[in-house]
Design a protein around this ligand. Structure first.
Ligand code: SIN
Length: 308
């Protein structure tokens, strides 16, 4: 049962045995199958922080139809770019933050400025950021989206997911709602399904940066068993087909030994907008004890232009 697995992997004492956690790094082909069909025909998108697609490794989980795993397709510089964007630019008005409800920020200051640019940097605020929503804002109470509650999506995030969708042959994907989740080392995300979108047939893209996580993917009901998978910095999970409707959650964050955002990449610097070294020094400090997940959804059905 999903809840039992969640409880097992969440436990700190006793610490769970991780031998059944699927580790794509050790490619256990009994549980995943590689997908190689379509990788060669795409141009290099260094501007999106990506390696050439010919070098990507893509797998499908055998026990969850449509659960696709792209093993870190990002360059180290690409990871730095996206991590810094998620901390400096995205948790800013008019996007919504969990901190809004408690009025923990002044209207004229951003989370980044308040935490890192004030002389007496606000440490308690730093650890309190849990989510920010962009595009159609997910209402956590009603679990609905509304035409009256949306902000403009950053074009670079739309371009990234459009490119990912094209590579995977999903036609017509439009990023319309984005949730960025921020995890501290003791954070968890309880099991849930994502069903607020009018269009739950479109794939959902889930991109991880920073510390490792155990991702649990179950079945259509809580009664079905769940499969644990390691997620590392840069990994992308795509939930499509049946898996789009399945229970999933994050029972544990684990410290990463390898830091893919630091590796000595020989890629040429082709990101349009380079990361300022002072900003990156702040962001790399933050990510040493945190995980970020960018969760991108399509809300509307093909041809639909607004919510009713
Ligand atoms: C989610 O399911 O909303 C987030 C999953 C993750 O953090 O990887």
């Amino acid at each position: 049962m999903f809840k039992d697995s969640f409880k097992y992997y969440k436990s700190r004492n006793p610490f769970p045995d991780l031998k059944n956690v699927i580790d794509i790094d050790s490619t256990d082909y009994t549980k995943v199958r590689p997908i190689e069909d379509f990788l060669l025909k795409y141009e290099n998108r260094y501007d999106l922080g990506l390696r050439p697609t010919k070098d990507w490794k893509i797998y499908e989980l055998k026990c969850n139809l449509g659960l696709i795993f792209i093993q870190n397709p990002f360059t180290a510089e690409g990871q730095q770019y996206w991590i810094t964007k998620c901390l400096k630019d995205y948790p800013k008005k008019p996007n919504k933050l969990n901190l809004d409800e408690h009025k923990l920020l002044n209207d004229n200051t951003s989370w980044w400025e308040e935490c890192f640019k004030n002389s007496d940097g606000n440490v308690s605020l730093l650890t309190k950021l849990r989510w920010t929503t962009l595009g159609y804002h997910h209402d956590w109470n009603t679990k609905h989206y509304s035409e009256n509650s949306k902000s403009i999506l950053p074009s670079e995030l739309c371009n990234l997911t459009t490119f990912l969708a094209n590579v995977l042959n999903y036609t017509g994907f439009n990023a319309e709602a984005i949730i960025i989740n921020y995890y501290r080392m003791n954070s968890t995300l309880a099991g849930h399904t994502d069903h607020s979108e009018v269009n739950i047939e479109a794939p959902l893209f889930s991109i991880s940066f920073g510390q490792n996580a155990i991702f649990l993917i179950g079945g259509l009901t809580q009664e079905e068993p769940a499969t644990p998978i390691y997620l590392r910095s840069g990994d992308i999970v795509v939930m499509s087909k049946t898996s789009r409707h399945c229970y999933h959650g994050i029972p544990k964050i684990l410290p990463t030994l390898v830091k893919p955002w630091m590796s000595n990449d020989s890629m040429q610097n082709k990101l349009h907008s380079e990361v300022d070294s002072e900003d990156w020094s702040i962001a790399s400090n933050y990510i040493s004890e945190a995980r970020i997940n960018i969760n991108v959804r399509q809300v509307l059905k093909p041809g639909q232009i607004r919510l009713l």
